[in-house]
Design a protein around this ligand. Structure first.
Ligand code: PMV
Length: 350
């Protein structure tokens, strides 16, 4: 058995097709250059000890047996991440009979929580990969991805295959009729702005409610679709066409066309009611200062849920101005490159 295993997995952005993918339409997602790392090593005492740090938002250390948490930075949001770790351990114990000897799990993440950037999938993929390697459970990428998806489903009740596929394979994936296909496309330079990422002082109950917001938003879209099925079917078909044309635009490096398609996709997300005020403001602000296109990425939000989530911006030549404008609008701003590496696993046998 290796002494120490380190596994890391990337965050993701959905470039096109969120929500519409739930109805079998095409969605394109990409890995980004923000990662979550899980390190697994042995410890003397039996059972699992987990330490989680989300840079820069929270940190917590916890003995899973005695259930006492020791926050060393902050706080509530860590509870959500712990739920995925606990479920991953449970699944591996049940399916592969992994042992109960003393295990130390240390997680460090650069991915903002509940911002539509795939933090839960990265947690599941990297935790499962690290524990499988630590306990000598043989597994290929497809097996890791499938187990990570099972954990997301168990914790959230519903989960699309997009996030765990991207966290495992990296690069780009196209999802169509629920099937995942890996694509080889060129890197894009984007800006991502997040608002309302789980704040430091939030209690664990509230944090896990926010963690389940995607489910609530998807249910609300279904309700609206049932009210106006003929209108919504046209919107969904248009969204599918946009994803197809966007792939061609990336293949041909046609950035102006890609920006125009991003703007139309944003309009469709607005039409189905998943763009609350603050996210809309970030999109408009970016476009006013010269972005080629800007849109919500991930589930977005509902007006009565407050604004929490992310926008992605194709900056064109106005990168610096857009970043300042988004920061002034109160967003956490990240420089993002798409299409990066998927799961990485390293073993240290010393
Ligand atoms: O915000 P996220 O990363 O959970 O994205 C949700 C994407 C949806 O299409 C809205 C839901 C899904 O299951 O595909």
């Amino acid at each position: 058995m290796a002494k120490k295993i380190r596994a890391s997995a990337p965050a993701k952005v959905i470039l096109f097709g969120e929500h519409f993918v739930v109805y079998g339409k095409r969605a394109l997602a990409a890995a980004i250059n923000r990662r979550l790392t899980v390190e697994v090593s042995s410890r003397e005492k039996e059972g699992y000890h987990v330490k989680i740090e989300n840079i820069p938002t929270f940190g917590m250390a916890m003995d899973l047996e005695d259930k006492k948490a020791y926050p060393y930075k902050d706080y509530g949001g860590a509870a959500k991440a712990i739920a995925y770790v606990r479920e991953s351990i449970g699944l591996l114990e049940e399916r592969y009979g992994i042992g109960k000897e003393g295990v130390e799990i240390e997680i460090k993440s650069e991915i903002p929580l509940s911002a539509g950037l795939g933090s839960s999938a990265a947690t599941c993929v990297a935790t499962i990969a690290a524990l499988k390697a630590f306990f000598g459970v043989r597994s290929d990428l497809d097996g890791i991805r499938a187990d990570a998806h099972r954990v997301e489903l168990a914790v959230q009740g519903a989960a699309s295959p997009v996030d765990t596929a991207i966290s495992t394979y990296g690069g780009y994936v196209l999802v169509e009729e629920g099937n995942v296909r890996r694509l080889h496309l060129a890197e894009l330079t984007l800006i991502v702005g997040c608002v309302g990422c789980i704040p430091l002082s939030m209690d664990t109950k509230k944090a896990s409610e926010i963690g389940l917001k995607t489910k609530k938003i998807v249910e609300e879209v279904r309700r609206r679709k049932d009210t106006f099925p003929d209108v919504y079917n046209h919107i969904f078909d248009a969204a599918d066409e946009i994803t197809g044309q966007a792939i061609e635009a990336i293949e041909h490096c046609e950035l102006a066309k890609l920006g125009a398609l991003i703007r139309i996709n944003q309009g469709l997300l607005d039409a189905i009611g998943v763009v609350p005020g603050r996210l809309s403001e970030l999109v408009k602000t970016s476009q006013e200062v010269g972005a080629l296109g800007a849109k919500v990425t991930g589930a977005g939000g509902l007006d009565d849920m407050g604004s929490i989530g992310s926008v992605l911006v194709l900056p064109g030549k106005s990168e610096a101005k857009i970043k300042v404008a988004l920061e002034l609008a109160g967003a956490l701003v990240m420089d993002v490159k798409t299409g990066g590496a998927g799961l990485k696993i390293e073993a240290d046998h010393r």
